[in-house]
Design a protein around this ligand. Structure first.
Ligand code: 3H9
Length: 705
């Protein structure tokens, strides 16, 4: 007999049998859990003394889904769909007692039960779509029978979690409890057996026995054209991702097929997606996000307590940071240089909170409270009580050094000083501060209140507890933090710079901006690179190129087209023209830009040729991966998957493509290396294959380490 503790045990409360799952961390429905529940269920059903059964979990949550780590392994019996069928078919009432998050397969177990009780903080959801999947254990068939077609389609297609109160209102659960879940579930089960437990928590309404089996309920009537429109919109919004549309259509099938046929339809769609590239990519992203939080340098380090945060600078970036800090419940002190700038900053911050009210995300009262927690002034001595100050001033070394030197005389010596620089060396900025070990980079992406990514940059001297503080604050802000080393552009902008260069080379070589954009949009990017350059403005990159001109390797291929556009005053969308022209908010390609490109190609002696979408994508990915491999080789990123997260969360890369490093792995490192070798031959200095890329290609290993 297996002597290891079994994740499923059985308890008795009177004549009610409690099947208790205890499988940390999230009680995933692993093979051991499934077989344990099946065994306990069969025993309870056969036991004449048992009148009702409860499925309950220990630890932080009800079953949070199928065990993702088992995907791809041979399925062990019982499968989750089979177990759900057995639960539904049980001749005694089975109640799900839910706390934490009943997700995916966990929610499906609850749906298969004959009644559902949840504590007030519980949430239910079918997030399979986020893993490139759909529910595979009856969720698409049972959910609409309980909450109706439109709500079920929305839940399956978005993966949104539903709180207990809404779940009760919609009929997804029967009872909410504020008390002890096991006791109240037992009382609910006893009432059910005695025929006195009603739906919607109304104990006076008898629930008719035989048991209310979700799968046997009719699908409530629905508006067919409205459903078709809802699904069409879901597919449009998914921009190439398959699972939202497949999930929505599987739900719709519940209306036309009987339960067995509906389940078979769901199962086939689930199996198809499980084998898809998209699901592999999204599962890679799921585990990448969890891996990013594992930072060996943090082991044993305790974050410093942070309650009051200062923000120096209230431009677009500073205002966005102030907003997200107030949202997370920090007291915020913002300082600008002048009263006028402070006033403008205050308006900017207020407008961002107000947008939350207008979009229905927060109430007027919440916005007012957040504004009240944010003091905006023009005196940096106001930072004195801060536990952390984040600077978001002009990206100029002297300006930032002056600020850090001044801050050293204002804040406590243990207050953390963070720089939001995009390119400057935090070591140099930190050197201006007293106690440079408290300096760290916190690189937010614009707009800071929207973009999920924060690059946390360790200077050579950052203390472990300061680094831990940066991670803890980012987590509280709901951001995805990725550790980066201190190098020009850190992870994201450094790779983006190679990406940008290769895009500009392709113009001279024969492609046009809208062709490159179309290729990347077809790949899944919401906007192609040239449209993004225009949106961000061409002037900042121009200023940077001018600044770096003196130190640029003369052997590096340099394309002057962007400089010429700037010389013509074409700074992008804000000036009405850039890579495109803009009229009435619409962009269109410009023959003038084509002429400049052709003239530059002639001047450089490049014979232009047509470049297809596939070559465009391969060149872009190869350029990114080569720089990514350099970054990894230099220890500036912890792992390849961190680079993927940076592009997905900071640059709009579609998660269902898994990020550039994941794509490289799928395309084959040999293909990438061959492309980089072509770049080296064609584009010269700076395009040598990264030593790590060569090494990885030899060992065919990118994510193995
Ligand atoms: C499914 O159910 C398919 C079915 O319809 C059909 C089947 C036939 N499996 O996120 P955390 C691990 S698809 C295995 O940091 P939190 C996670 O890797 C599934 N492991 O905690 C991490 O491990 P480590 C549908 C899982 O408190 C640890 O648990 N369900 C699973 O911030 C802690 O995770 C989902 O998609 C899993 N299902 O958030 C739910 N889930 O410590 C996915 C988590 O080694 N999970 N782990 O890094 C979540 O959304 C969050 O984990 C949750 C907790 C909200 C539950």
């Amino acid at each position: 007999m297996d002597s290891s503790p079994h994740p499923v045990t059985v308890r008795r409360r009177g004549r009610v049998c409690l099947i208790v799952i205890d499988s940390p961390p999230v009680n995933a429905a692993s093979h051991a859990v499934r077989s344990g529940v099946q065994r306990a269920l069969k025993a309870a059903e056969a036991d004449a003394d048992v009148t009702a059964i409860i499925i309950l979990c220990e630890g932080r949550t009800f079953v949070a889904g199928a065990d993702i780590r088992e995907f791809g392994q041979p399925p062990g019996e019982p499968s989750l769909p089979a177990l759900c069928q057995e639960i539904e078919a049980c001749t005694k009432p089975v109640i799900a007692a839910i706390h934490g998050t009943a997700l995916g397969g966990g929610c499906e177990i609850a749906l298969a039960c004959h009644g559902r009780i949840a504590d007030a903080g519980a949430k239910l959801g079918l997030p399979e779509v986020k893993l490139g999947l759909i529910p595979g254990a009856g969720g698409t068939q049972r959910l609409p029978r309980l909450i109706g077609m439109a709500a079920a389609i929305e839940m399956v297609a978005t993966g949104r979690m539903m709180g207990a109160a809404e779940a009760l209102e919609r009929g997804l659960i029967d009872v909410i409890t504020e008390g002890d879940l096991a006791s109240d579930a037992t009382a609910f089960a006893e009432r059910l057996v005695s025929g006195k437990a009603g739906a919607q928590g109304d104990a006076a309404q008898p629930l008719s026995l035989p048991l209310r089996r979700t799968g046997a309920l009719p699908v409530p009537a629905y508006d067919e054209p409205a459903m078709a429109a809802q699904i069409e919109q879901i597919e449009r919004k998914a921009r190439g991702q398959l699972s939202p549309g497949v999930g929505a259509r599987a739900v719709l099938a519940a209306a036309t097929l009987d339960l067995p046929a509906g389940l078979a339809h769901e199962r086939a769609a689930f199996a198809g997606l499980l084998a898809s590239e998209q699901s592999a990519a999204l599962r890679h992203v799921f585990f990448a996000e969890r891996a990013a939080a594992r930072v060996p340098a943090l082991e044993g380090a305790t974050p410093r307590p942070v309650a009051i945060v200062g923000v120096a600078g209230a431009g677009t970036m500073g205002a966005g940071i102030a907003v997200v800090l107030a949202e997370a419940g920090y007291r915020v002190i913002v300082a600008e240089r002048t009263e006028k700038a402070a006033e403008a900053g205050r308006s900017r911050i207020a407008a961002l909170h107000q947008r939350g009210v207008e979009t229905g995300r927060i109430t007027r009262e919440v916005a007012a409270a957040r504004m009240a927690a944010t003091a905006v002034g023009h005196d940096i001595t106001a930072f004195a009580p801060c536990d952390l100050v984040i600077e978001a001033v002009f990206d100029d070394l002297a300006v930032k050094q002056e600020l850090f030197a001044a801050l050293s005389g204002i804040v406590r010596p243990d207050a953390v000083l963070a720089t939001n620089t995009s390119y400057l060396d935090p070591n140099l900025i930190g050197a201006a501060a007293s106690h440079p070990e408290r300096v760290v980079g916190l690189h937010f992406f614009s707009p800071a209140n929207v973009m999920r990514l924060v690059e946390i940059v360790a200077t050579g001297r950052t203390a472990p507890d300061v680094l831990a503080t940066a991670f803890a604050v980012s987590k509280r802000l709901g951001k995805l933090a990725v550790l980066a080393g201190s190098c020009d552009g850190f992870i994201g902008n450094r790779i983006f710079s190679s990406y940008r260069k290769q895009c500009e080379y392709m113009l001279e070589d024969g492609a046009l901006p809208h062709e490159i954009d179309a290729a990347m949009e077809a790949f899944g990017l919401p906007m192609g690179p040239f449209a993004v350059f225009d949106l961000a403005g061409l002037d900042i990159a121009w200023a940077r190129r001018k600044r770096l001109a003196a130190t640029r390797d003369p052997a590096e291929r340099y394309v002057r087209i962007a400089d010429q556009l700037c010389e013509l005053g074409r700074f992008g969308q804000k000036s009405g023209a850039g890579w495109y022209v803009y009229e009435n908010g619409k962009r269109r390609p410009d023959a003038g830009v084509t002429s400049i490109i052709e003239a530059e190609a002639r001047r450089s002696g490049v014979q232009r040729r047509s470049i297809g979408a596939e070559e465009i994508r391969t060149r872009i990915i190869a350029a990114m991966v080569n720089e990514g491999a350099r970054i990894l080789g230099e220890g500036m990123a912890q792992r390849a998957s961190d680079i993927d997260l940076v592009f997905i969360n900071g640059y709009g890369w579609p998660a269902w493509r898994g990020g550039p490093m994941f794509q490289a792995d799928r395309m084959g490192l040999g293909t990438i290396l061959a492309e980089v070798e072509r770049m080296q031959a064609r584009d010269g200095a700076g395009w040598e294959p990264a030593p790590l890329l060569v090494e990885m290609e030899r060992s065919k290993q990118l994510f193995g380490g």
